[in-house]
Design a protein around this ligand. Structure first.
Ligand code: AGP
Length: 613
């Protein structure tokens, strides 16, 4: 997804902008650019491809790019192809000479109408983007006050935006604004660093604030003013960023994904900290305590999310029904938001999201709120939009996740969902003893995950046998069905191998036709309530020549005798099995992607956070 970094202060802007762009690379992009304001100059450089290419290009530019105010952007194409002309920053009409430059994350939905109006006024456009229309609109409305021009322009647009705007005529002013897309302002000593997320800010300052929707901030080198787009002053809340640079540095790992897989035991311990009262036998979730009664008397619980987060919601559906005995379901947020869902009194809608910025998930929450549901957010990024828009929530607390393929955030989503189901269950029919046994087992999971990660080399060897196969199946039953889906998603999104996950029983209803000699079929086959049925599915696969790679409970000699490869996991209670069974599948995907020479942390076409529809 697009990334914004902007700086105004007393230091040279270019190196700060380039360093910030590199910290935002993980969000996914296909082009990059920057603009620096000097003495009545506006120097712009843009390039397709990696930030490193832009940095090298800067060294070849004739312009000086000298100045202490600038804006920069990594673009993930939405309107218009991946070209230099479509890369940001975009500027207003050269003929008008204001030299206004804009970077933007989001979508201006009415850009064609505005473009037509501007063309009738003589504006000429150089790109296919909605952002360039916004730049020209600001230029058209500019009459010597950049803040007013930006406010006026934003009153005319519909859609989502996070923007940073500079003008060569006002070298001491930057104006930023947002609606629906993330934007954070870091407050330094006589300087401000603006970015799409805190990872590009913490190197400069830990004090920051976020803008509310429909608001702008006017930044100078020693002050700021925030207001609505109707110019009503507002006071933002400056807070301490919890992020540390060490959390977002690669350290001794080759890739962020590998680092984050290995971080999972620590991440689980951090997420459990202060939330398991083993002595008293209870789950302590401060963020939802005031809603405990509402949750315990809920008539229906609906999980919404996308991708990996949706898979966690699928586990949540099983656990809420099993532990809390409340009807539950899970929906793609993108489907929930548009199908005019029936939300009767007593419905609770729970959004699961690592970034807390996924547009469809945010929109699903808006739809649920509008229909009177209590909304919760199970989110990782503190202060993210979903965490602020929901009535209450539980932070995952797994630390920043940089790798595009979600790993530790998924296991954090699973853990928090399990704790939530137990929290509600104890207020309904879950006995003290059953809860205590579950919590005691839960407390052991971080160490058990560590033992699974230790099998990485064996998993790599097994993966190598099948890495050249272009079609894989992933099968599971019950709680292991969402794990099978997650394993398939991991493999396809970083190795580009076609992988399909499904309920093991579903295979017989068509997909079994795919199985040919040597086809790799991953089966999550831990000892649980459907184990015997899964054994039958394994036999069905093998009788057609398929090769079964099983995820199985340690010591299961039956599975060992039946399968070509076995990834072993500790024997944990069924509700906790997804926490351990997903780990071998994460490592399988990681190794397969490397063996295929893919960019594990920045897979093609993907963004870390999909903040556009
Ligand atoms: C997971 O590996 C993917 N990167 C993607 O499916 C992701 O889970 C999805 O886009 C939802 O993102 P969110 O958790 O930030 O809302």
């Amino acid at each position: 997804m697009c990334g914004i970094i902007a700086y105004i202060g007393s230091r040279e802007a270019s190196p700060i902008l380039i360093e910030g762009l590199k910290r935002l690379e993980y969000r996914g992009y296909d082009s990059a650019g920057l603009a620096v304001v000097g003495d009545d100059t506006l120097d712009i450089s843009r390039s397709v491809g990696r930030v490193r290419g832009l940095e090298e290009q800067l060294g070849r530019e004739t312009a000086t790019f000298s100045g202490s105010m600038g804006i920069a952007h990594t673009r993930w194409a939405t309107h218009g192809g991946v070209t230099v002309e479509n890369a940001h920053p975009h500027r207003d009409d050269l003929g008008r000479g204001h030299s206004i430059a804009v970077v933007h994350n989001g979508i201006i939905e009415n850009y064609l109408t505005l473009k037509k109006w501007l063309e009738e006024k003589g504006h000429v456009f150089a790109s296919e983007t909605d952002t360039e229309v916004l730049a020209h609109l600001i230029g058209e409305l500019y009459d010597g006050d950049l803040e007013r021009a930006v406010q006026a322009a934003l009153r005319e647009v519909t859609g989502a935006y996070a923007i940073a705007v500079v003008c060569a005529k006002e070298p001491d002013v930057m104006v930023v604004g947002r609606k629906g897309s993330p934007l954070m302002i870091g407050v330094g000593s006589n300087e401000y660093v603006v970015a799409s997320d805190p990872s590009a800010i913490v190197a400069h300052t830990k004090q920051a604030f976020t803008l509310d929707d429909y608001s702008v901030a006017k930044l100078t080198r020693d002050s700021f003013r925030t207001s609505t787009i109707d110019n009503i002053e507002i006071t933002p809340q400056i807070r301490e960023l919890e992020l540390d640079l060490g959390q977002i540095e690669l350290g001794e790992f080759e890739h962020y994904m590998l680092k984050e897989i290995h971080e999972q035991p620590t991440a689980l311990r951090r997420s459990l900290q202060g939330r398991l009262d083993l002595r008293g036998g209870s789950v302590v979730l401060g963020g939802i305590t005031e809603h405990a009664r509402h949750l315990a008397t809920a008539k229906r619980i609906v999980f919404v999310g996308q991708g990996t987060a949706l898979h966690a919601g699928m586990v949540g559906e099983y656990l809420v029904e099993n532990l809390a005995k409340i009807p539950a379901e899970v929906e793609f947020a993108s489907e929930f938001r548009y199908r005019n869902p029936i939300v009767e009194p007593g419905t609770v809608v729970i959004a699961i999201s690592q970034s807390g910025e996924t547009a469809d998930t945010l929109a699903a929450i808006e739809e649920a709120k509008q229909k009177g549901a209590l909304t919760l957010g199970l989110v990782n990024v503190v202060g993210s939009t979903i965490s602020r828009e929901t009535d209450a929530g539980i932070y995952l607390r797994v630390g920043p996740e940089i790798g595009v393929a979600s790993t530790k955030a998924f296991i954090g989503q699973l853990l928090v969902t399990t704790m939530l189901a137990a929290f509600i269950g104890r207020r309904r029919f879950l006995s003290q003893e059953d809860l205590h046994n579950l919590l005691t087992a839960m407390d052991r999971v971080p160490d058990q995950v560590e033992s699974v990660i230790a099998q990485s080399d064996q998993i790599k060897t097994a993966t190598a046998r099948y890495v050249n196969r272009d079609n894989w199946l992933f099968l599971g039953r019950g709680l292991n069905y969402p794990v099978a889906l997650e394993g398939a998603l991991k493999l396809k999104e970083i190795s580009y191998i076609h992988a399909e996950g499904m309920p093991a029983a579903e295979m017989k209803h068509g997909p079994i036709a795919l199985i040919d000699e040597g086809m790799p079929v991953v089966v999550v086959a831990t000892r649980n309530s459907q184990y015997e049925k899964v054994l039958s599915n394994i036999e069905e696969v093998r009788s057609r020549g398929g090769h079964v790679i099983a995820v199985a409970t340690e010591g299961d000699e039956t599975i060992r005798s039946l399968c070509e490869e076995v990834f072993w996991v500790p024997d944990v209670p069924e509700p906790l099995q997804p926490l351990v069974t997903v780990v071998p599948l994460q490592l399988l995907a990681y190794h397969a992607a490397l063996m295929r020479g893919k960019d594990v942390d920045k897979p093609r076409n993907l963004a870390k956070s999909v903040t556009v529809e």
